[in-house]
Structures are given as C-alpha cells and as structure tokens.
Design a protein around this ligand. Structure first.
Ligand SMILES: CC(=O)N[C@H]1[C@@H](OP(=O)(O)OP(=O)(O)OC[C@H]2O[C@@H](n3ccc(=O)[nH]c3=O)[C@H](O)[C@@H]2O)O[C@H](CO)[C@@H](O)[C@@H]1O[C@H](C)C(=O)N[C@@H](C)C(=O)N[C@H](CCC(=O)O)C(=O)O
Ligand SMILES: Nc1ncnc2c1ncn2[C@@H]1O[C@H](COP(=O)(O)OP(=O)(O)OP(=O)(O)O)[C@@H](O)[C@H]1O
Ligand SMILES: N[C@H](CCC[C@H](N)C(=O)O)C(=O)O
Ligand SMILES: [Mg+2]
Length: 486
C-alpha cells in the first residue's frame, strides 16, 4: 500500500505531501523491520522507540511515524500519539479484517482463557472455522502461534485477524486484557459480542486502583458501538453476580445479556452439585431448563460455562448444541489439570495467580478432599505486590499445609517476594521452600491417600522467569517426576 493511501486513514489529523513509497509492513520493533516497512516509534515503559528509528532505517524502513521530528533520510510523519495512529493504520493496512468476521472479546480478571476455549469448542462443533487469541497462543484454524502478551499490540493483532480472513475463519474469539484496553491495543477491533467474566484484585501495579482497573475493563463495552445495524447486532454478555456489571451496562449501547447464579439474569444456573468427577447444574433460559453435566470442576467453572453459552446464544447457536459441546470438554490445559502417575492422591495443576482464583480453586478442592490439602503457591515478580499477602492468607485459610515458593520472580529477589507473602500470615502454619522444584517434591513426599495437592500459579506455563533467564519449568512434569521418585 502506498504511504499516502495509508496516511489518508488518519483523515484530518495528518497532512503529508512528501515522498510516497510503497509500504510493505507496519512494525513497532526495529528488529522486525524489513525492506519497505513503516516503523512506528512508541514511547514505552522501558525504552523510547524513537531511539530505534535510525536502526529501523538501516534495516530497510521506508518511512517513520513518530511523535517528534527526526533527522532521517526517509519520510518522517509526526503525529501526537503514535500508539493511537498505529492502531488506525494497522486496521487499514490489513483491510479492516474484524469487519469481515464474527469477533468475540472476553475480558475479566479470571476465566478469560477458559471461556475462550469453551467458545472455540462450541463454534468448532458448528462446523465453523475458528480463530483464538489469548494467553496460551494464537490459533488460526489448526495452526498455533506463540504469543508474548495475552492481547498483542495492535499491529500483531490486526495481522493475526488478516491471517484469519485468509484462512476463512468465521468466528474469532479473543481474550482482552485490561492492559490492552488501557493501552489501546484493541482500537479498531469491531467486536460483535463482548463478554465480562468477573472483576477482582489483580494488576494494581499497573492500574493503581480497582476503580481504574474497572474503567479499563469497561472500555470493551463502551467501545462496542453506538449504532443498531440490523445485520450486525452487538451484544454485551455480563456476569450479573459481579457488581461491576451495573457500570458496564451503563457504558454500553449494545443489547445486554446477563448470566448468573445468585442474582436474576437471562441465563441462570441453579442446583449446582460438585463432586470429584465434575460439576452438574440446571441451566435456566427463557423458561426452559436443562440439566448440564460438566467434566470441569467448581462453581467458578459454572460461571465460565454460563458466559460461553450466553455468548453462543447471542451468535444464534442452538442451546442444546452448546450444552452438548461443553459437556464434552475435558478441561483446558493448566486449568484444574490433574496430574496422574499412579499416585494415591489427586495432584492438580492450576493457573490461579490472583486472590480470588486461588480461593475458588481451594474451595472447590475442599468439596471433595477427604484429608489434608497441600497448596504450592508463589507470586510473580514485577507484578501487583499487594496481592502477595492476600494470596498467602487465602492459602492458609483454605489449605492444611501451604508451601510458599517462587513463581516467575523476574527482576525481583525471590526471597523478598516470599517475605511479602509471609507478611500476610504471621504466626500461621506454612512452609517456605524457595526452589519451586523442591517445593513440589516436598508436597508430593508428604501427601497420602485422601489428601489433595494443588500446585497453583503457573498452569500451562513451561518456563520459570528468573532475572533475564527463561528456564524450562513445567509444574506437570515436576509433579510427575516427584511422584515417580516417591
Ligand atoms: C506494561 C506493558 O504492557 N508493556 C508492554 C509494552 O512494553 P513497553 O511499553 O515496556 O515497551 P518498551 O519495551 O519500552 O518498548 C517501546 C517500543 O520500543 C520498541 N523497541 C524496543 C526495544 C528494541 O530493541 N527495539 C524496539 O523497537 C518496542 O517494540 C516498543 O514499540 O509494549 C510491549 C510491546 O507491545 C509489550 O510486549 C509489553 O508487555 C510486557 C511484556 C508485559 O509484561 N505486559 C503485561 C503486563 C501485560 O500486558 N499483560 C497482559 C495480560 C494480563 C492478564 O492476562 O491478566 C497482556 O495482555 O499480556
Ligand atoms: N470464572 C472464574 N472465576 C474465578 N476464578 C476463575 C474463573 N475461571 C477460572 N478461574 C481461576 O483462574 C485461573 C485462570 O483462569 P483463566 O486462565 O481461564 O483466566 P484468565 O482470565 O485467562 O487469566 P489471565 O489473565 O492470566 O490470562 C484458573 O486456573 C482458575 O484457578
Ligand atoms: N497474565 C498474568 C499471568 C501471571 C502468571 C503468573 N505465573 C506470574 O508470572 O505472575 C500476568 O502477567 O500477570
Ligand atoms: Mg488468559
């Protein structure tokens, strides 16, 4: 696409009449620049992208989008906010891909990855080609690609959507993180259905207050569109049991569909029965009732299922078809995943890394544990510090023996993170084993028939981030090794 054509999408914001090279790609990382790229300089949290503009030109960039004039031998277009402009340009460059498929966005503190996989299963069973963008990967039809962020930057995102169009994807399902909403990574995404799971504490390092965190989440609903286009209705699917839903209803002009267990809602679950084998409940929708038998565990899973079924109903999927699809789901990788190597007690690897998710998982385990509950848990470095004492407290409240350990200390001192956790549980019974491998081995060595071990926080992750190192580490592998060595 020619530079002038591309810039025309910035409308009145930019008047540029200089050279008009062909733009072959848009990049915001100089290391990815190719011949003909437009390099966008972003002022980041750690470095200033403007500093890489010269290197981008050396790598072949034929134009630069910047927030200040730069002395370079290629056109430099100056705009007030490059991040915003980048989203507009990315959407245009890739041919407005999200206007050509059904797009479902899921936001909330917990349950996004799980709900997105439930929806992937439902739409896949409808013979649709699906796309998925989230914490674990980006998946386009049957191809899986690694991702760095739960919600990637606007260029990576629009490129993925473009690839989805080429792969004839009918429905794309994506996790929308609060960071992405706050940083405008999803500007230009034309959502059809926006889903809210829940709002509890996390990421206060970034958002500072729960009110700001909620405001960031509300953007998904306020950005849903303010028009009523007959062949493209928009839906906000909201958890009626979560207080924040009221604010999101106010924020959106879209049709609101609610789900819940405790409060009145359009789609309701009642008579929930949790056992070691799974979870059963009665789904009530439009005066009809269905008994649903899940292989997934816990009340929190019922919420995810209600969210997925409600979104599928908005997309016109038959209720019974959705239920059948969901009943077949055995689980999502690293979410309440059972590790079995012939031991006499269940070992569960789970991605709980917030106070609320940890509490939910441990409460669910309490429903079937006959004797002791061990929980191996840590808190991430360079992340919300205020959740550390809270997670420790919850571990002590709901487990018999909490073992505090490391979970991606990143640039922080692991011992300090553990001290921050311990500050929440002075005088209570717990053990500290900084090395995660040893912590898992210890729990396994102590457990007996009737006990349950929960290894929380890393789920599907296959690494431990220590300083700048990315070390291979997989809770499931470590648990298996420990069981076999017992
Ligand atoms: C706080 C935050 O969100 N940071 C994101 C942000 O990084 P940043 O602002 O620090 O960027 P930077 O490193 O300063 O670089 C500035 C610019 O210079 C460019 N650059 C940089 C270095 C270089 O050598 N060359 C170069 O061109 C960069 O590409 C960038 O355009 O922009 C980067 C590129 O888009 C993101 O990868 C990065 O996410 C980091 C890795 C991160 O940890 N983010 C977390 C907090 C996050 O976003 N998490 C949510 C999920 C939360 C959840 O699931 O609940 C997510 O959506 O992943
Ligand atoms: N609806 C829910 N409510 C509360 N906790 C949940 C819910 N669903 C899942 N969890 C818990 O949260 C953990 C993470 O779930 P999931 O990966 O689906 O959430 P996520 O929102 O994608 O998280 P992330 O923000 O890290 O990507 C699960 O392992 C489980 O412990
Ligand atoms: N999306 C979350 C994942 C946390 C996973 C946990 N293992 C950690 O590293 O804190 C985050 O980046 O905060
Ligand atoms: Mg996720």
């Amino acid at each position: 696409m020619k530079l002038h054509t591309l810039l025309s999408y910035l409308h009145a914001l930019v008047k540029y009449e200089g050279d008009n090279p062909d733009i072959t790609s848009i990049e915001n990382d100089n290391r990815k620049v190719k011949d003909g790229s437009l390099f966008v300089c972003i002022q980041g949290y750690t470095v200033d992208g403007h500093e890489f503009a010269k290197s981008a030109v050396d790598n072949g960039a034929s134009a630069i989008l910047a927030e200040r004039p730069l002395d370079l031998p290629v056109p430099v277009i100056v705009v007030r906010d490059t991040k915003r402009a980048m989203a507009v340009l990315a959407d245009a460059f890739y041919g407005h891909p999200t206007q050509k498929l059904r797009l479902i966005g899921i936001t909330g503190t917990n349950g996004k990855t799980t709900t997105s996989h439930l929806l992937e299963k439902i739409f896949g069973d409808q013979q649709q080609t699906t796309g998925l963008i989230g914490t674990m990967y980006t998946k386009i039809a049957d191809q899986t690609y690694e991702t760095k962020n739960t919600t990637p930057d606007s260029v990576t995102l629009q490129q993925a959507f473009h690839q989805m169009i080429e792969a004839n994807v009918d429905t794309a399902i994506m996790e929308v993180s609060s960071h992405a909403l706050e940083l405008g990574r999803v500007h230009g995404c034309d959502y059809d259905i926006a889903v809210f799971t829940n709002l509890t504490q996390d990421h206060l390092d970034f958002h500072k207050t729960m009110e700001h965190y909620k405001q960031a989440k509300s953007l998904l609903f306020s950005q849903l569109g303010n028009t009523y286009i007959e062949n493209r209705p928009k839906y906000a699917v909201l958890n009626a049991d979560d207080e924040a839903a009221g604010d999101f209803i106010k924020a959106t002009a879209a049709t609101v569909v609610t789900y819940g267990i405790d409060k009145p809602a359009d789609v309701v679950a009642k008579d929930i029965h949790i056992s070691a084998k799974g979870t059963a409940f009665t789904l009530v929708f439009a005066n009809e009732e269905r008994r649903v038998q899940l292989q997934l565990m816990g009340k929190f899973s019922v919420y995810n299922v209600l969210a997925a079924i409600s979104a599928a109903l908005c997309a016109g999927v038959d209720l019974d078809a959705s239920i059948q699809s969901i009943e077949e789901v055995k689980g999502v990788s690293g979410r309440f995943e059972l590790v079995s190597a012939g031991q006499a007690f269940p070992v569960i690897v789970d991605y709980a890394h917030t106070p609320d998710s940890l509490e939910n998982v441990l409460k669910t385990v309490q429903e079937f544990a006959e004797k002791k509950i061990f929980v191996v848990v840590g808190c991430g470095g360079d992340r919300d510090k205020t959740k550390r004492p809270l997670m420790a407290k919850i571990a002590c409240q709901f487990a018999t023996l909490p073992i505090f350990t490391s979970d991606n200390p990143r640039s922080e001192n692991p011992s300090q993170i553990l001290r921050d956790m311990e500050a929440g549980v002075a005088g209570q019974l717990y053990k500290v084993i900084e090395d995660r491998r040893e912590a898992i081995a210890y729990a396994v060595s102590q457990a007996e028939a009737g006990d349950v071990i929960v290894i929380a926080g890393k789920g599907h992750e296959t690494y431990q981030l220590i300083g700048d190192q990315v070390l291979h580490f997989d809770d499931r592998e470590e648990a298996k090794k420990a069981i076999l060595n017992k």
